[in-house]
Design a protein around this ligand. Structure first.
Ligand code: ZN
Length: 435
């Protein structure tokens, strides 16, 4: 029996060996090829974007407050930083944040200011308006991302609660957190980071945008001392973000782009241009929106009268009929742009007689924005870090509209038509992410 077994075993071993040889000549070769594929894939993991929006993050705040920003300084050193970012006019929050996520100018994406009046719809828009009609002139990156099979998350980023082109963001804060924010108690910085990275930790989430309001509030409300405090808080937030990225092992897939919407400038309440000194605005116009970039909607038949009264009224105010707005402003070509636009010189504010009186008593506001985007104080800062970005690269400037094609490229999305150029910013990426 033993002999039989031996014989059997011998022939069986031969068969086994032969079978194994053939098997191995296929499967081993195949698995080696697979391994090659896997390691190739490991080198090019699905890249993701975390877009961090800092309201009021002026271009020079890092240099000005660098002793309070050790973590941000370190992240900039190991990533890419721009001397300043060229933003869009008006230098206000909503138009700029929508340009960042669409790569379009305000006249193209339709969110031409924080507040506006649509002469066709005869409706007003405010920062609380969630009616899709106002937002549907463009498709932001989170919608494109979802349309192309991925998921997106938005934490307080303007538009998070709006259905755009038929889609809400895949993930937003809880209803309770949204309601708390409406009551003026948004969730803490660290909780926003927790939420953003929780979403990015899901394999199909490739785009998350998170928004922080503190610096803007400090600029408007209390001046330099509050700005300094806001900087310290923000620096801790970035330290927390870095630690969390490491803890969750997201450092090899998540690319962080940090951008402001505008800067800010201190205003003097000796520098107020009061329109009622020149014309009875309440009698002549339907609305006057804004204090630095002012949209005037005249009553029917009253446009010429207002224009003539204001045209050369004050040396620190420029008055444009809609058709006179220069092309470089990229604000003229939209129904929502007012028939008359007034632009104050930096440091000045315009009282159109439609905004709350308290504002012009200077009790609540110390700084402003909304002025020309050619004024450096209105330009925000930008830096980025992560697996796709070069290390230690400093560039002179970046256009905020170029961030849209850049983010699409990093994720691998087919971008919508935009005014942005990937060519302008491709040099920020290292070899791994060039294709
Ligand atoms: Zn803002």
């Amino acid at each position: 029996m033993l002999g039989q077994m031996k014989m059997y075993s011998k022939s069986s071993t031969t068969v086994f060996t032969v079978v194994m040889f053939f098997l191995c000549s296929h499967t081993c070769a195949r698995s080696w090829a697979d391994q090659k594929k896997i390691s190739k894939k490991a080198i090019k993991l699905q890249q993701k974007v975390l877009l961090v929006g800092l309201d009021g993050w002026r271009w020079d705040f890092v240099e000005k407050h660098k002793e309070k920003l050790p973590n941000i300084m370190s992240l900039q050193k190991h990533g890419v930083a721009a001397g300043y970012a060229q933003n869009v006019l008006p230098t206000n929050t909503f138009p700029n944040f929508y340009s960042i996520v669409t790569g379009l100018y305000p006249e193209q994406h339709g969110i031409i200011d924080n507040q506006m009046y649509d002469t066709k719809q005869k409706k007003k828009f405010s920062m609380k308006t969630t009616d899709s009609k106002w937002w549907n002139e463009a498709e932001p990156i989170w919608v494109t991302n979802q349309a192309q099979g991925f998921k997106s998350g938005l934490c307080y980023w303007p538009g998070y609660n709006v259905k755009i082109k038929g889609r809400y963001p895949s993930y937003v804060q809880s209803k309770e957190q949204i309601n708390q924010a409406i009551e003026g108690k948004p969730i803490s910085h660290n909780k926003r980071i927790d939420l953003s990275l929780k979403w990015l930790n899901k394999s199909d989430v490739t785009f998350v945008a998170v928004y922080f309001e503190d610096i803007d509030e400090a600029i408007h409300g209390s001046g330099d001392a509050k700005v300094r405090n806001a900087m310290t808080t923000l620096d801790k937030t970035f330290d927390y973000l870095k630690q969390k990225l490491d803890t969750l092992s997201l450092g090899h897939t998540v690319n962080v782009l940090v951008i402001g919407d505008h800067g800010g400038k201190n205003v003097s309440y000796k520098k107020i241009i009061r329109l009622k000194d020149y014309i009875d605005m309440r009698a002549q116009a339907i609305a006057g929106i804004g204090k630095t970039f002012v949209s005037i909607y005249p009553k029917p038949g009253h446009l010429d009268k207002i224009y003539k009264a204001l045209k050369d009224a004050h040396p620190n105010m420029t008055v444009y009929r809609k058709q006179e707005l220069p092309h470089h402003m990229h604000i003229k070509d939209n129904n929502r742009t007012a028939p008359l636009v007034l632009l104050a010189d930096p440091g000045w504010v315009i009282d159109s007689d439609f905004e709350p009186k308290q504002y012009f008593e200077g009790k609540f506001y110390k700084g402003e924005h909304g002025y020309s985007n050619l004024n450096r104080d209105m330009n925000p800062g930008f830096f980025a870090f992560g697996p796709c970005f070069k290390s230690g690269l400093k560039i002179e400037k970046i256009r905020t509209i170029d961030l849209y094609p850049l983010m699409c490229h990093i994720i691998g999305l087919h971008p919508q038509n935009s005014a942005g150029s990937l060519q302008n910013v491709i040099g920020l990426l290292n070899n791994k992410c060039l294709k």
